[in-house]
Design a protein around this ligand. Sequence first.
Ligand SMILES: [Zn+2]
Length: 283
Amino acid sequence: MGFDKLLEGVLKLKVIIRAKTGLHIGGAKENVEIGGIDNIVEKLKVFFTAEKVNGKDKFLDVPYIPGSSLKGKMRSLLEWIEKPQYSDTNNFDNTKPVALAPRKEDKRGQPCGCGKCKICKLFGAHQAQGQEPVRLRFDDFYPTCDTIKLWENTLDSGYVEIKVENMINRIKGVAENPRHTERVIAGSEFEGYITLRIFEGDNLDQFLETLKTGFEMLEDDYLGGSGSRGYGRVEIKLVEYEYKKIDNGKYVNASEDSEIKKALKGVFPELVNEGEVQNAQAL
Ligand SMILES: [Zn+2]
């Protein structure tokens, strides 16, 4: 039995992630020289146009937030609270809410693969491709132009700070083996899109609520590495949305669609202008 629902529409949410503390999303390991950096930050070349960055078109090797990092983190947080729909062969009591504990279906901490729960619909069923289309897509998040200017004005070289951390020798009571870790500085902002595909029969309110919960959990947790040592506290801001729907076989902009506005207003009111919604409903 395959998936036979039609696509109804695509909702794009423009999101800004602001680092409240130093952020370290690790890049590929480099050969560490003596006195070199032990932990580098993931970077890539991004093209910026002249009017945006200091008067010149240029490629910059900037830190970014890979969509995979954001997706993986939100999924893992949500799996602490969401209840999967187990298959018949699983005798876990599905009628009782699951407290803050790992799912019993987890195999050695792997993601849910039931293919039926909200998490599997939104993020994809682990190791069970093709049961349902994955609803959510996470872009890579690139630094805003203001953030690049902040880096250029604040940092001596490159676009990261170097944090030195020592290990304390328990017997001598002195710091040893300093390690050098690159971090994106607090106050940096990254922007990108999270896209939600909506199919016939999907519960949009439920999907949006789950996404919101994921954002809230992420804000109280951390992104990237060394979260137990204060790294990676982030704030998530939704700034814009765009909705396109399938209308008589055409893919058309429908951001003013009253159903979409109503759903968004209930969960992410910051995206919807109060007056506009009332007008839409009056029509
Ligand atoms: Zn599942």
